[in-house]
Design a protein around this ligand. Structure first.
Ligand code: ZN
Length: 360
C-alpha cells in the first residue's frame, strides 16, 4: 500500500515536472557589429535579422511555456563559436537563426531553411561560404575552428551520425517553416538544405538557419524590409516554433494571436510527406564509415506502427528500432548499391527525407 502511494506521488511529481518544464529557445539574429552580412538594395542583413528575431521573441514571450534567450539584442559582433556556446550552455531545446540570402545575380528569390550537414551543389555551397565567411573576421579563427574549412566543399563536419536524431528534428522543424513560407505567405519555397554551417554543426540541439529571402532581388528586398514582411516572417516563425513544441511535447499551446493559414505538411509521422514540395531539395546523408550492411531509414515516429505495407505507403520489408522517445522505421537491408536503389524507391513512395544508415 505504502509502495503504491509512493509510486503515485512519484508519478504525480514527474507529471507536474513535465508539465512545468519550459521549452528553452535560442533566438539567433545573424551577423552584427563589424559583420553586417549581406548588403543589397538598401538593406543590411544584420539589421533585418535582429528586427525579425526581436519580433519573434515578443510574440513568444506572451507564452509562459517558453524560456527564450537571445544571442544578441543589439548591434554587436558575436563570434559563431560564442553563439553555439550560448545555446549549448542554455541547454536549449531548439536553436533558430535568422538570416537573409544574397546572390551575385539579382534574379534568385525565395525562402529556404538550412539544417546541419553537407551539400555539394554549387549554389548551396556559395551560401554556406557567405554565412561562414564571418569566421575569418575573428582573430584566432585558425585555432578555434580547427578542421572546419568553409572553402572546402568536401568538409565532413556535418556528417555526424550521432546527431541523426537531432537532425531529424531539425528537418521536422524546417519543413514546418517552409510549409508556412509557401502556403501562408506565398513566398517561393526553395526548400530545406543540408549545409556545412559551423553554427549549426556546433550546437547539440535541433537547430535551423532560416534565410528569409534574397536581399539581392529588388522585389524581394522591398518585401523583406517592409513592415508587412517583417511582421509576417516573425509570425510564421513563431507559429512554427509553437507547432514544433506541441508536436514534440504532446502539448497544445494554442497560438490564438496568430491568424495565419496552416502550412501544407504532414505531421502524423515526422519526415513523411505525400506533398513532395514541402520537402523539396532535401539531400541524402551518406554514412561516413564504410561497411557492408546498410538499410534505408524512412521515418521516425513517437507512435508504434504495425509493420504492414498499408502503414508505409505500400512498402513491405519494413523493420523498426526503438530509440529515445520513439521508433525508427527502416526499409530493406543490404549493400550500399542495393540500398541506393531502395532509397530511390522509398523517395518515390513519398519518403522524401529517407536516408541510408549502417545496419547494426
Ligand atoms: Zn547571414
Amino acid at each position: 500500500m505504502k509502495k503504491t502511494l509512493l509510486l503515485i506521488l512519484l508519478s504525480i511529481s514527474i507529471f507536474s515536472y513535465a508539465q512545468e518544464k519550459k521549452f528553452k529557445l535560442i533566438l539567433d539574429a545573424g551577423h552584427g557589429g563589424k559583420d553586417p552580412g549581406a548588403q543589397k538594395n538598401g538593406c543590411t542583413e544584420k539589421v533585418i535579422a535582429l528586427d525579425v528575431v526581436l519580433r519573434i521573441g515578443k510574440i513568444l514571450e506572451a507564452y509562459p511555456e517558453f524560456d527564450i534567450k537571445y544571442t544578441r539584442t543589439t548591434d554587436v559582433f558575436i563570434p559563431l563559436q560564442d553563439r553555439a556556446k550560448i545555446a549549448n550552455d542554455f541547454e536549449a531545446d531548439l536553436f533558430v537563426s535568422v538570416h537573409c540570402n544574397s546572390s551575385v545575380s539579382p534574379k534568385p528569390y525565395g525562402a529556404m531553411t538550412l539544417v546541419m550537414g553537407l551539400s555539394r551543389t554549387g549554389m548551396n555551397f556559395e551560401i554556406a561560404k557567405a554565412e561562414n565567411a564571418v569566421i575569418s573576421l575573428e582573430e584566432d579563427y585558425k585555432e578555434k575552428y580547427e578542421g572546419f574549412d568553409p572553402n572546402n566543399p568536401h568538409t565532413q563536419i556535418g556528417l555526424k551520425i550521432m546527431q541523426e536524431e537531432t537532425l531529424m528534428q531539425s528537418i521536422d522543424f524546417a519543413s514546418t517553416v517552409q510549409g508556412y513560407f509557401k502556403n501562408s505567405l506565398q513566398r517561393k519555397d526553395l526548400g530545406m538544405h543540408q549545409q556545412p554551417l559551423w553554427v549549426l554543426d556546433a550546437t547539440v540541439m535541433p537547430g535551423v538557419l532560416i534565410e528569409l529571402g534574397f536581399l539581392s532581388n529588388l522585389e524581394e528586398s522591398k518585401y523583406i524590409k517592409s513592415e508587412e514582411g517583417k511582421s509576417n516572417f516573425s509570425q510564421i516563425i513563431a507559429r512554427s516554433i509553437i507547432d514544433y513544441k506541441n508536436n514534440l511535447r504532446g502539448t497544445n499551446t494554442v497560438p490564438n494571436v496568430l491568424d495565419i493559414k496552416e502550412p501544407i505538411i504532414e505531421t502524423e509521422v515526422l519526415l513523411v510527406s505525400s506533398d513532395s514540395s514541402t520537402v523539396a531539395n532535401s539531400t541524402t546523408i551518406t554514412p561516413v564509415s564504410i561497411g557492408s550492411g546498410y538499410k534505408v531509414q524512412i521515418s521516425f515516429s513517437t507512435k508504434k506502427l504495425e509493420l504492414t505495407p498499408e502503414n508505409f505507403n505500400g512498402l513491405s520489408n519494413i523493420s523498426v528500432a526503438e530509440t529515445n522517445g520513439g521508433y525508427k522505421y527502416y526499409y530493406g537491408e543490404g549493400s550500399m548499391e542495393t540500398c541506393k536503389k531502395l532509397l530511390a524507391e522509398a523517395k518515390l513512395k513519398g519518403y522524401k527525407t529517407a536516408f541510408i544508415v549502417e545496419s547494426k
